[in-house]
Design a protein around this ligand. Structure first.
Ligand code: AMP
Length: 288
């Protein structure tokens, strides 16, 4: 595996890869099985797998966890190599953003709800960094986790609006045995919070089962999920919302592919999770 820190070096290397099919897995590092699953799928589908580790300052708000975001470069390098990554791109913040930026990308659809509403500017930062990474790496396929389903919806819009010639692959959420979605931020849960955090997925499943049993009213499902989270966790609910997916439009009746999504703020970690459902409440494991 090659480790590359400079953009120009990455671009030079790509010339040698000409005509090879490239799969790209962008990440912020501190790898867990979720990341590794994306890499393994990319390896199956492509000739070359490129992954990036970049904790993107632009996508963190002023009171968010940019400084304390967990990092472990040497462990990540070993894991990437073991899981099929051919090239690991690890630019510094200065390499990615050397000057004052004159062009700003603004996400103006699919972002007025969920994390887009709670984290103003977050998806603008995501769009900016991904646009740069897509230009630098020029992949054929890009791999994203459906754990961050709103991100997948926003990247889908980015690819379409800016005419990137690449295919977006959404990978189902990888979970711990008790259902908690794997996340780099889980290390910041206390022991008690870690136990409580299993209730996020439990609450989603209870919401899903209501749909399976015939409940079509999003408000009823949202209330039930909120009740589970309130009773079973000490965290504060940031949101429990239900929309069409991937358009992320409000719906009054569940009669199309939808997302039931939650965010809970614990003392030192904000956790998100979601389930994608068809109109009968069955799991959907792809993005569209
Ligand atoms: P991050 O490093 O958190 O930015 O995540 C990098 C990629 O891994 C994103 O596309 C995430 O959606 C994906 N990812 C993170 N956690 C999981 C998970 N538990 N299951 C599947 N994909 C995940």
């Amino acid at each position: 595996m090659k480790i590359i820190k400079k953009i120009t070096e990455m671009q030079r290397l790509l010339i040698d890869l000409n005509l090879k099919q490239v799969g790209f897995v962008p990440t912020m590092g501190y790898f867990h099985e979720g990341h590794l699953t994306l890499m393994q799928q990319a390896k199956k589908d492509n000739d070359i797998v490129i992954s990036s580790i970049f904790v993107n300052p632009l996508q963190f708000g002023p009171n968010e966890d940019f400084e304390t975001y967990p990092r472990n470069e040497s462990r990540d390098i070993q894991l990437a190599e073991k899981n099929g990554v051919d090239i690991l791109f690890m630019p510094s913040a200065n390499e990615m953003y050397p000057n004052e930026r004159m062009v700003t990308l603004i996400a103006n659809d699919r972002t007025d709800v969920l994390c887009g509403r709670s984290r103003p500017g977050h998806f603008d930062g995501v769009l900016t960094v991904l646009t740069k990474l897509f230009h630098i790496i020029q992949p054929d396929k890009v791999y994203f986790g459906l754990k961050d389903a709103q991100q997948v919806a926003v990247v889908d819009a980015l690819i379409r609006d800016l005419n990137f010639s690449l295919e977006l692959i959404g990978i189902p959420t990888v979970r711990e045995d008790d259902g908690l979605a794997k996340s780099s931020r889980n290390v910041y849960l206390s022991q008690i919070e870690r136990k409580e955090a299993a209730s996020l997925y439990k609450a989603l499943k209870i919401g899903q089962n209501l749909v399976v049993d015939g409940e079509k009213n999003p408000d009823t499902i949202i209330k039930e999920v909120e009740a589970v989270l309130t009773n079973e966790t000490s965290g504060s609910i940031d949101y429990v919302e239900l929309y069409s997916y991937p358009a992320l439009r409000p719906i009054s009746v569940i009669n199309e592919q939808s997302i039931l999504a939650i965010a809970v703020q614990f003392a030192n970690a904000r956790l998100i999770d979601n389930i994608l459902l068809d109109e009968n409440g069955n799991n959907v494991n792809r993005f569209k």
